[in-house]
Design a binder for this molecule. Structure first.
Ligand SMILES: *[C@@H]1O[C@H](CO)[C@@H](O)[C@H](O)[C@H]1NC(C)=O
Ligand SMILES: *[C@@H]1O[C@H](CO)[C@@H](O)[C@H](O)[C@H]1NC(C)=O
Ligand SMILES: *[C@@H]1O[C@H](CO)[C@@H](O)[C@H](O)[C@H]1NC(C)=O
Length: 902
């Protein structure tokens, strides 16, 4: 690290430097102009090393091969260290959540370091070892609605080259009559040789092919080359350096967004059977069937927490859905503390009834708590009664769609009891779809209950497009064509069949079944198809032999021969993992063992396995690891609320801790994809020790200030940090920061700046960047970096005054002996959350946390991270520990009160 500082030698003396101070060691001070500011800000905040370090990514290729819906994608990135000292190079890509990573390797100067797939527990130990040694490790994290982020970094010597190669595979699902594949594109710098190439081979023939990018401008549109004929499709996108620029002379890349490929295949028959090397796959998607009438019950949560945007968006979505309901039977059930129904029974969607329904929907308002059990049971009873009394057509598809944003807390609120009652009442007769709105839901409960009842759970993200998400989900299930579909294959010929019976088949989708022949040489298959349609039962037998598949594939060179086997493995693992969600005891163990076994055998990074990359010994002996996050409460929350740029770019310090605002502390726990937070309530004037490292000699203390006048009504006064003191004993350096000025004392010499200055200062062991009126970034020697954020309030605010926030970066560079209110959390910390249950605030459930062998009651909440947006901050979901962090911090909070800033 020290070497880096030698790279930039600035010789400008700042015009603003006060002549009162003279600093002997300050060699490099530069006053920056406004244009540079932007760049510096970005660098300082995002800490994207490839920009700072001048690493050149000279090639990036995304190569995708799709054979019979199975996509095999390889991302290759090549970089060179243009500097004259060793540097860290980052590789981070976002991939679809539905994909499994299957390979990763790094090649440095011609030597390849491959990734190996290991059982998660085994890999985790390696990871923890790396982290406890203060080393960085690569990770896959949830990072968006439909993506996960893979990050890894490696140190390379000057003039050396590194190639990263990541492979992932996924089975493309058909929805609304198309297969869709998206590729996240974000090279973050101009790349000389950039290319996306997609080759599609579909033995049935391709009927349409589209490619588009969210970042594609009119100019770029014609760079996308697209061709398809019969079975083959080809897309390439290869913008030159100049075409990548945001403007003629800009060095920023326009390549930032989703590149999406959509296509469909020809269907001359409902079935397509393919047989290769002892495996088969059956694609079933009948067309031209009459639509089945459907009976839909909407069970809607109107508890208090839905008030505001939640209920508005729900009304908006329901009104749109009502426009699409024709000839169906439907009803609304609302649950708050009480359960209300619109009509006593399902009624037909006549124009008059729809008008009345619209009036009802417009009048829906929030009330009370969350009687989820009451609502859903009423819906099931109503549907059961409608069938028993023949109130709905005999040949029809019934579905229940439930929307909730909270956790049951009225009536029967034990989730296991609810699951049991619901399963017993539905008896597999109709699918239950659970839509979880926002982050207050117990998503795993909703998912289990839906899967147990042949449906699925979906998360609705509380963004401006929530109404569209709800409508989009409805569209997926709005056109049932068949019920009770069974695809039967001769039992004595097939092993390891994937799921082969399905409650509903929806128009525009596709059913996929795969299996393995007992006799590896078998080349013939018969299937018996059954289902219930609108007018009559569907029942026929169809067959296929391997020669037909062979013939279809003859013209194709690139086919990877084992694709059907891999497709089968992918589908089997996916279904085992899904079954596992609702399973318990020995059944769960068996499912886990099977899924793990297949993941290892076929080298898929699934929630049960990890990819471990052992980096070259010569460079830091670091281990990287790639895990697949599991969709659960914590992950989903992290993945969504935190925009990637606010959290994941800083995954280099996989760790971060901060204190900001009414002093609230946020401790990120990366391996949990979650955070813990707590507050310290002390009187203005108290000085708290935040960090103390006897080895590097670094201490950070903060002095509290209160509001301009005390609020006599409040029991606890708001306090903030009004002064921070950062000292490095070994360097004889003291930095004092207040909302007015920044003072550096080096031995006996002092220099000072104000927050109106823009400064980049480099001297022996110290780098200081002041971003005018916003924040300052400080690095000391090879030790940790800190970001201090300035919060300015309105000058005439009757109560509040300006204050500071402190964020640590690269805290792994401090020693293991580091302590202090923040410093103690630089060491890995683990916790377990048990018994999530309703708390006093319906939006904030309570839970039991086991941490440091203590059992604490914690509350789910949010704290603000102000690094990106000092005005509004970004909400970080976290588990809040009450009583000044009691039980979480070592000792009691008063142990951390010190007598002076230094
Ligand atoms: C993984 O990728 C590396 C580098 O391309 C290659 O040498 C290796 O064979 C691949 N492994 C598998 C299992 O495909
Ligand atoms: C681009 O920069 C060059 C050199 O700074 C300058 O001569 C040229 O006019 C610029 N072009 C545009 C379009 O701004
Ligand atoms: C689990 O697997 C074992 C060994 O294969 C088997 O004996 C047992 O019946 C299975 N249990 C369940 C619940 O599936």
């Amino acid at each position: 690290m020290e070497n880096h500082l030698l790279l930039c030698i600035f010789l400008l003396i700042p015009a603003f430097a006060s002549s009162d101070f003279l600093v002997a060691h300050v060699r490099n001070i530069k006053k920056r102009n406004a244009d540079n500011d932007l760049l510096f800000l970005r660098k300082a905040r995002d800490l994207i090393p490839e920009v700072v370090n001048g690493i050149e990514i000279y090639s990036m290729k995304i190569d995708s091969k799709i054979t019979s819906r199975f996509a095999h994608n390889v991302i290759t990135s090549r970089a060179v260290n243009r500097g004259n000292v060793h540097k860290e190079v980052f590789f981070d890509v976002e991939l679809p959540k539905t994909a499994f990573i299957t390979n990763f390797s790094m090649t440095i100067d011609g030597v390849t370091y491959p990734g190996t797939i290991k059982e998660k527990e085994v890999a985790k130990k390696q990871y923890e070892k790396a982290v406890s040694k203060g080393q960085t490790a690569g990770l896959v994290k949830a990072s968006g609605r439909k993506t996960e982020k893979f990050t890894v970094s490696v140190n390379i010597e000057a003039a050396s080259k590194v190639t990263f190669e990541l492979t992932y595979e996924e089975l493309l699902k058909r929805q609304f009559g198309k297969y869709e594949m998206f590729i996240k594109v974000k090279p973050k710098q101009l790349v000389k040789d950039f290319e996306i190439e997609v080759n599609i081979f579909e033995p049935q023939g391709i009927t349409e092919l589209e490619a588009e990018g969210t970042f594609i401008t009119n100019d770029l549109q014609n760079i996308i080359k697209k061709t398809f004929s019969d079975k083959k499709g080809h897309i390439s996108f290869k913008p030159t350096l100049d075409q990548q620029r945001t403007c003629a002379n800009c060095s920023q890349s326009v390549l930032d967004g989703d590149f999406t490929v959509r296509y469909d295949v020809k269907r001359t028959a409902p079935d397509d059977l393919q047989i290769v090397n002892g495996y088969f796959v059956h694609f079933f998607a009948p067309t031209n069937l009459p639509k089945l009438p459907k009976n839909v019950i909407f069970v809607i949560d109107i508890s208090g927490s839905m008030s505001g945007r939640g209920i508005e968006q729900t009304r908006e979505a329901l009104l749109k859905i009502l426009d699409d309901i024709k000839d169906d039977f439907f009803n609304f059930i609302l649950f708050g503390s009480e359960v209300q129904t619109w009509k006593e029974t399902l009624i037909k969607a006549t124009p008059e009834n729809l008008d009345e329904a619209r009036k009802f929907v417009r009048g829906i308002d929030t009330a009370g708590m969350t009687n989820l059990h009451g609502g859903i049971m009423r819906g099931i009873d109503m549907l059961n009664a409608a069938h028993e009394r023949n109130l709905v057509p005999k040949r029809s598809a019934s579905i229940i769609i439930m929307l909730t944003d909270g956790q049951p807390n009225v009536g029967i609120s034990n989730t296991q009891d609810i699951q049991e009652h619901v399963k017993k009442a539905i008896e597999g007769k109709y699918p239950l779809y659970n839509l979880g709105f926002g982050y207050g839901v117990d998503y795993s409960f909703l998912e289990k209950m839906a899967l147990e009842n042949k449906g699925l759970a979906r998360r609705i993200y509380p963004d401006s497009d929530a109404a569209l998400q709800l409508q989009g989900f409805y569209d997926e299930v709005s056109n049932p064509m068949l019920t009770d579909i069974e695809l039967n294959y001769p039992e004595n010929e097939i092993l390891d069949l994937t799921k082969n019976n399905f409650k509903h088949f929806y128009d525009g989708s596709e059913i996929v079944v795969a299996g393995r022949f007992i006799d590896n040489n078998q080349n013939h298959l018969t299937v018996d198809v059954r289902g219930e349609g609108a007018n009559d039962a569907l029942s026929y037998t169809t067959q296929q032999d391997a020669q037909q598949t062979d013939k279809a594939f003859q013209e194709q060179e690139y086919i990877f021969g084992d694709y059907i086997e891999r497709l089968w493995a992918y589908l089997t693992i996916e279904q085992l993992l899904e079954k596992r969600i609702a399973a318990t005891g020995e059944e769960k163990e068996n499912l886990t063992a099977k899924a793990l076994d297949l993941s290892l055998k076929y080298k898929f990074v699934t929630p049960l396995t990890s990819m471990v990359v052992t980096k070259p010994e010569d460079y830091n002996n670091q281990d990287g690891i790639a895990d697949k996050p599991i969709e659960g409460i914590a992950q989903a929350v992290t993945g969504v609320t935190l925009a990637p740029q606010s959290y994941l770019y800083t995954s280099h310090p996989t760790w971060y801790t901060s204190v900001d605002g009414d002093p609230h502390f946020i401790i990120s726990v990366p391996q949990k994809e979650d955070a813990i937070c707590f507050n310290i309530n002390e009187n203005p004037g108290a000085i708290l020790n935040l960090i103390n490292d006897p080895v590097t000699g670094i201490t950070v203390n903060g002095e509290l200030i209160g509001d301009k006048r005390a609020n006599s009504d409040a029991k606890i006064q708001n306090t903030y940090f009004g002064k921070l003191g950062i000292a490095n004993k070994h360097l004889d350096l003291k930095l004092t920061v207040t909302p007015e000025k920044i003072t550096i004392q080096n031995g006996n010499e002092k220099t000072g700046f104000t927050w109106l200055d823009s400064v980049t200062l480099q001297q022996e062991g110290l780098t200081l960047i002041i971003n005018r009126k916003k924040n300052l970034v400080l690095s000391m020697g090879s030790s940790a970096s800190f970001v201090i954020v300035l919060h300015q309030v309105w000058k005439k605010h009757p109560l509040h005054q300006d204050f500071l926030g402190l964020y640590t970066l690269e805290s792994d560079k401090l020693s293991e002996q580091t302590h202090g209110l923040l410093g103690q959390f630089f060491h890995p910390i683990d916790f377990t959350i048990l018994e999530i249950h309703p708390g006093s605030d319906p939006k904030k459930p309570d839970a039991t946390m086991i941490v440091k062998n203590n059992e604490l009651t914690v509350t789910r909440g949010w704290q603000k991270d102000y690094r990106r947006d000092p005005k509004h901050g970004v909400d970080i979901p976290c588990w809040f520990v009450h009583n000044n962090g009691a039980g979480l911090i070592d000792g009691v909070h008063t142990d951390y009160i010190v007598s002076s800033l230094f």
